[in-house]
Design a binder for this molecule. Structure first.
Ligand code: IPE
Ligand code: IPE
Ligand code: MG
Length: 233
């Protein structure tokens, strides 16, 4: 870590909408899956970079409840890449103390993918380093309805904001301080609608496979220039 970074306050929770894998591949006249493959490499380097910047929670949006609309062969390729990531790449992150949580409903995923997810979550559950959330089959509206349903089952009436938050997938975690979206799209795409009430938004035109640790540092530096007023003056 360089001295210039140390001068900055690291956001506690950074969330990223990893977008632009398809366009990255298209630019190179390659099939979309090549972009996803390259995107996984970015994931690994950004998780490590977030950790060294002092970020405590990193959330990566990897598959939305709306992404089922994609062609089945692309969905299958994404599951395969996820499997490879969990089986071959996560070991190194586990050794660095990274703790994994999945945000979303994985029950619709192939059984072998579910098994691997459970295995890695369990293996990393005692880790004390970076909290890595991967949002899989995640949709914020689904998350809010699920929270409502679970609250109803537990007989919670008139919940406070804190009580409501404790029924979300991000239960026990701080809300994102900074949301990064790659590839220039200026929308939330059903991501963290509740948690992003006061989060800062940073959008870069870079495609996710081109996003580097220097880009992450740049986003954190930009975040440090923001005046977070939370409705005050
Ligand atoms: C983001 O890249 C990855 C997922 C949504 C799984 P895209 O696949 O959305 O890439 P573009 O937006 O088509 O370029
Ligand atoms: C958002 O990207 C979802 C993920 C990054 C997983 P999309 O590419 O699905 O979003 P839209 O369709 O451009 O809004
Ligand atoms: Mg996209």
């Amino acid at each position: 870590m360089t001295n210039s970074v140390k001068k900055f306050v690291a956001p506690e929770h950074v969330a990223i909408i990893m977008d632009g894998n398809g366009r990255w591949a298209k630019r190179r006249y390659l099939p979309r899956v090549f972009g996803h493959k390259q995107g996984v490499k970015t994931v690994k380097s950004i998780v490590k970079a977030a950790d060294s910047l002092g970020i405590k929670v990193l959330t990566l949006y990897a598959f939305s409840t709306e992404n089922w609309k994609r062609p089945q062969d692309e969905i299958d390729a994404l599951f395969n890449l996820l499997l490879v990531f969990l089986k071959k790449e996560f070991d190194e992150l586990n050794e660095k103390g990274v703790k994994l949580r999945i945000l979303g409903d994985i029950l619709k995923f192939p059984q072998n993918v579910q098994n691997e997810i459970k295995k890695v979550c369990k293996a990393s559950s005692e880790n004390c380093g970076l909290q890595l959330n991967i949002a899989l089959n995640y949709g914020s509206r689904q998350e809010i309805l699920r929270a409502y349903e679970n609250m109803r089952k537990e007989g919670v009436e008139n919940p406070t904001e804190e009580q409501f938050s404790s029924f979300l997938y991000t239960q026990g975690q701080p809300d994102p301080d900074l949301l990064i979206r790659t590839s220039g799209e200026m929308r939330l795409s059903n991501f963290m609608l509740w948690q992003m009430a006061y989060g800062e938004i940073y959008i870069t035109d870079k495609f996710w496979p081109d996003f580097t640790k220097e880009d992450l540092k740049k986003a954190v530096e930009e975040y440090n220039k923001r005046d977070r007023r939370f409705g005050g003056i």
